[in-house]
Design a protein around this ligand. Structure first.
Ligand code: AMP
Ligand code: MN
Ligand code: MN
Ligand code: MN
Length: 279
């Protein structure tokens, strides 16, 4: 059975390893097909592709687009994209826009609750200043000794209702799926188990995703509990969606799942890679 990992992050967004180091780690962990899916940014793809080719690892170009749907943030992964597509590049650039201003607002909220200099602090953890993420703030708060893990930071800060949460408008679902499709890619609902939708809202979300041309959903992901693998296997089947598998690896010290380390997809699903021609 193929070991496929189609979701992870490099220093180009909020991961701690460079694209080439991720390729080496994926290979060492036995991954057969690998995708790098940085948030809202395709700058790591060239390095990832070259590094993967050099070690005989099948590589798939990817991205994870931040989307605001019905007032909530959801993530849509694009796989098999042409990262040079102008519509995609422009859309992602627009989506990245606003992160800087948001970061200043996050820092101001944190300062008000006794976390000093968070903008400069988070920036030191960012490999790409255009992609300042809440994860970089989390690492800074840990460095200050205020919390001991990223999970703890997100429980106390940075999420809705807590200091350091600044609502932000990302791409629309329609735009994200359209950019991915115009770039020749497959749109995948990332970690559906993380969204706090009612059943009705979730159904509307998936129906709209499908209407726009989305065709796949992550089932086995580092963001799901073991129970959720089976639950979302059922959801993917019911909606006729292809199933994807990805660790969502960010860091050896922080991530729940290492590259290639998750269980295989539950039986009875059609994998998103079922018809891929691979070298
Ligand atoms: P941003 O795009 O800047 O809002 O940051 C979102 C990122 O924060 C996600 O991609 C995750 O890497 C991380 N994140 C979000 N929620 C949590 C959480 N509850 N625990 C740990 N990391 C989280
Ligand atoms: Mn992330
Ligand atoms: Mn995500
Ligand atoms: Mn991710």
């Amino acid at each position: 059975m193929l070991n496929v990992d189609l979701h992870c992050h490099s220093t180009v967004s909020d991961g701690v390893l460079a694209p080439a180091a991720l390729a080496a780690r994926a290979k060492a962990n036995g991954v057969d097909i690998w995708a790098l899916t940085d948030h809202d940014e395709v700058d790591g793809i060239a390095e990832a592709r070259t590094a993967a080719a050099a070690i005989g690892l099948a590589y798939v170009a990817g991205v994870e687009v931040s989307v605001t749907w019905a007032g909530s943030t959801v993530h849509i992964v694009g796989l098999q994209i042409d990262e040079t597509n102008p519509a995609l590049a422009k859309g992602l650039a627009n989506t990245r826009n606003g992160r800087l201003e948001r970061a200043h607002e996050i820092a101001a909220e944190l300062a008000a609750v006794g976390v000093p200099d968070a903008f400069e602090g988070a920036l030191k953890f960012a490999g790409n200043p255009d992609l300042l993420s809440r994860t970089h703030f989390a690492r800074y708060i840990i460095q200050l000794g205020i919390c001991s893990s990223v999970t703890e930071v997100f429980k106390k800060y940075l999420i809705e209702g807590k200091p350091g949460y600044v609502p932000h408008r990302w791409a629309t679902l329609q735009n994200a799926v359209t950019w991915i499709r115009e770039a020749g890619g497959i749109a995948v609902v990332a970690h559906p188990g993380r969204y706090k939708f009612s059943d009705l809202a979730f159904d509307e979300f998936i129906q709209e995703f499908k209407r726009q041309g989305g065709t796949a959903m992550e089932v086995t992901t580092g963001s799901h509990s073991v129970d959720q693998y089976d639950y979302y296997a059922g959801v993917a089947s019911r909606y006729g969606l292809l199933a994807s598998r990805g660790s969502d690896f960010h860091s050896p010290n922080e991530s729940r799942a290492d590259l290639g380390a998750l269980p295989p997809l539950p039986a009875g699903l059609t994998p998103v890679w079922h018809d891929w021609a691979l070298p």
